[in-house]
Design a protein around this ligand. Structure first.
Ligand SMILES: Nc1ncnc2c1ncn2[C@@H]1O[C@H](COP(=O)(O)OP(=O)(O)OP(=O)(O)O)[C@@H](O)[C@H]1O
Length: 236
């Protein structure tokens, strides 16, 4: 496993879009391994925060450090799985080989094992773009895990999957977390949050409103805004 990227420190992060601060002074420290679930209403800033962490967006203000590293220097130890997977116009197997060329050369069997772990071994030579949405998502996760990232980011990666695929992805993510990968995932699914989270970060209005251990968050959230969200009350 690569070096730890902990603690992750985010200080006063601001991102302006148009005339609006869509990230409005995010302060967050993530110290522990395990799974951090980010929750919050639509538009709270969850995706933008994850994209900043992964170096896809440059914030207008503020700092992010991961262990002793900057975002840019930690990029090769990170992997991100998006809600809509981005795959190459190549076969399923080639999508993996392209992402981890060293492994593909030295130990191609690992690629097949990775496909097997997401129940796609029999699709190895098909064009990846012919896979269904859920199958593409499983391939994207297999690809992310092959790089043995120190930090795995998932943005609503199971949002459009059937229940069996959701549980498969959850079990792979949990196993990877036990192997020492720090996992941060965005989810609106309270069931998923309860199944996976060690801690919950709750975002509201471009800020972190609450960071709590998962068992506390789901039984006794500390903030009225999180309580309203969990109760399904509309927050606009
Ligand atoms: N490129 C952009 N230009 C302008 N506004 C943007 C842009 N990208 C995001 N936003 C705005 O920033 C806010 C936060 O967006 P973000 O995608 O982070 O929300 P989210 O918490 O992930 O929401 P959801 O749960 O709906 O996915 C939203 O109001 C969104 O409209």
């Amino acid at each position: 496993m690569p070096d730890s990227l902990l603690p992750i420190r985010i200080r006063n992060l601001r991102l302006i879009k148009g005339d609006r601060a869509v990230l409005d002074g995010v302060n967050l420290t993530i110290e522990e391994l395990g799974i951090t679930v980010i929750m919050g209403s639509n538009g709270a800033g969850k995706t933008l925060l994850l994209r900043c962490l992964h170096g896809l967006i440059e914030p207008d203000q503020g700092q992010i450090t991961l262990g002793n590293l900057t975002v840019a220097d930690s990029r090769d130890q990170q992997a991100m799985v998006f809600q809509h997977p981005v795959l190459l116009r190549r076969t399923v197997l080639q999508n993996l080989a392209f992402a981890v060329p060293d492994i593909a050369k030295a130990d191609p069997q690992q690629l097949l094992a990775a496909l097997d772990s997401v129940h796609l071994a029999d699709r190895a030579n098909q064009p990846a773009r012919m896979l269904s949405g859920g199958e593409q998502q499983r391939l994207a996760l297999a690809r992310a895990l092959l790089s043995k990232p120190a930090l795995l980011l998932l943005d609503e990666a199971t949002a459009s999957l059937d229940p069996a695929s959701v549980l498969l992805i959850e079990s792979l993510v949990k196993a990877q977390s036990k192997r020492g990968t720090k996992v941060i995932l965005i989810s609106h699914d309270q069931g998923q949050g309860r199944r996976l989270a060690d801690e919950v970060v709750f975002m509201s209005g471009g800020q972190v409103a609450e960071q709590s251990p998962a068992d506390q968050f789901f039984t006794e959230p500390r903030t009225p805004v999180a309580e309203a969200y969990l109760a399904g009350k509309i927050l606009f």
